[in-house]
Design a protein around this ligand. Structure first.
Ligand code: PMP
Length: 462
């Protein structure tokens, strides 16, 4: 069915597809890339070129790797039995996956199905707003977000967007979203030995400035992804939790990237002993085999929508049309079973440590590597033109590192431009199935690319 004459496919793509995150002028001089097949960590393009995918489908998604027939079979079986029913009705895979998921999330209780990470975050925002209306006369409605974090592409989630360049041209934004400072110690904003605590205290300062009676929730990525692969400093999370409890601010953890194994635990927040009120997730939930995202919350939050309801029609007035599609949970069940049966959390931790050791070694060898960060198989290397001043490496040279790897058959990523001039972190996030040989291969190619670009950077500086 899909095996059309590939040149016609390329022609159709060039003529009619508007690619994501892409300046189409690049296609004036070359064909679009069409990925036609995948297996494990390998993908092939329309010309039969093979690549090792070190970013799990471009954006940290295909956690269990390509070509999983058992996921495809489960989705097929479910779709021919019952593909979809929307609204108040449940489904067999929806119920089973919710139960499996909650088993991995002590303290959490209810799963609200949606289609995308942005939408899952919007649901949490709407729940916070409705709680404000139910309980606080609409006053406790503000949602805090952190500089450099990203929560999605809708106007609501962009209003909670800490990456100015992704937001600037889409205003006016929604009111009631307030930024708190980032916590990246490498680019420290405070001179304090207890940096984690200090960075968290900055959140308290914002709450006090805004008035705690107006602040409903704090939304944070456990480890910031597109904003620079930022692992929060020691002491940050316990203090954040303390602040949220002190001011009755609901804690919303955005696990769209870190969720479902990416960092070596089921969820990123579980490294830090946090007890969130909302957890949102998307990418790795079904590893891209079907579109599924979830907004998960506690029984206490859920109960507010039940016990406060004097009017039986007073409920969470929200629906997601494709939240009723069964392909997502059917795929997610098998995805989770694969992670369990193949011990992929353990593999993630071990292979992540192996890659991190390579990155540490590259930091010694290549002066353009300023900092290396991350957890499990969610890693980044921040590139600089001058280690002493930490001046970010020119974005075109960072892109050149990615291009040099691509030319050598390894697909890498780079962070989105978070703060102007700081689009300078290389991202590595291979599937959790990655082997030691594949890690070494990725590292070897990255090492070569850094050598080439290090040379170019030195020439530019001279
Ligand atoms: N949150 C985070 C942390 C993300 O990285 C992303 C997407 N990259 C989103 C939310 C939005 O997810 P989606 O693209 O599925 O809407």
């Amino acid at each position: 069915m899909l095996d059309n004459d590939i040149s016609k496919v390329v022609q159709a793509d060039r003529a009619h597809v508007w690619h994501h995150l892409f300046q189409h002028r690049a296609l004036d001089s070359k064909d679009p890339r069409v990925i036609v097949e995948g297996n494990g960590l390998k993908v092939w393009d329309q010309n039969g070129r093979e690549f090792l995918d070190a970013v799990s489908g471009g954006v940290w998604t295909v956690n269990v790797g390509y070509g999983r027939e058992n996921i495809a079979d489960a989705v097929r079986d479910q779709l021919v039995r019952m593909n979809y029913f929307a609204g108040a009705a449940g489904s067999i895979p929806g119920a089973i996956f919710a139960e499996k998921l909650i088993e991995k999330m002590p303290g959490m209780s209810r799963v609200y199905y949606t289609n995308s990470g942005s939408e899952a975050n919007e649901k949490a925002f709407k729940m916070v707003r409705q709680i404000a209306h139910k309980r606080y006369g609409g006053k406790k409605h503000k949602i805090l977000f952190r500089e450099r974090d990203y929560h999605g592409t809708t106007i609501g989630t962009l209003s909670a967007g800490g990456q100015p360049e992704r937001v600037a041209q889409y205003g006016p934004l929604a009111p009631g979203f307030v930024e708190v400072p980032h916590c990246l110690e490498y680019r420290a904003q405070w001179d304090d030995a207890d940096y984690g605590r200090r960075a968290a205290d900055a959140i308290e300062e914002v709450i006090l400035r805004e008035g705690p009676e107006t602040v409903g929730a704090l939304c944070l990525e456990p480890i910031t992804a597109g904003g620079g692969v930022i692992t929060p400093p020691e002491g940050y999370w316990p203090r954040v939790q303390e602040i949220c409890r002190k001011y009755d601010v609901l804690l919303h953890i955005d696990e769209v990237v870190c969720g479902v194994g990416r960092t070596g635990t089921w969820f990123g927040y579980q490294h830090y002993g946090i007890e969130p009120d909302f957890v949102t997730m998307a990418k790795g939930v079904a590893s891209g085999y079907a579109a599924i995202a979830c907004c998960v919350t506690t029984e206490a939050v859920f109960d507010l929508f039940r016990s406060d309801a004097e009017d039986p029609m007073d409920h969470f007035r929200d629906i997601s049309t494709f939240g009723g599609c069964t392909a997502g949970p059917a795929a997610a069940i098998v995805n989770m079973e694969i992670i369990e049966q193949e011990n992929l959390l353990e593999n993630c931790t071990q292979m992540g440590a192996r890659m991190m050791a390579h990155l540490e070694a590259m930091k010694i060898r290549h002066p353009i590597v300023g900092d290396v960060r991350g957890k499990g198989l969610f890693l980044g290397a921040e590139l600089v033109s001058d280690r002493a001043t930490k001046a970010p490496l020119d974005e075109k040279l960072v892109a050149r590192v990615v291009a040099e790897c691509d030319a050598r058959g390894v697909i890498l990523g780079m962070t989105n431009r978070s703060l102007p001039g700081l689009n300078n972190t290389i991202c590595l996030s291979p599937a959790l199935t990655v082997t030691a040989e594949e890690i070494d291969q990725i590292a070897e190619v990255l090492d070569q690319a850094l050598a080439v670009v290090g040379g170019l950077a030195a020439e530019t500086a001279a």
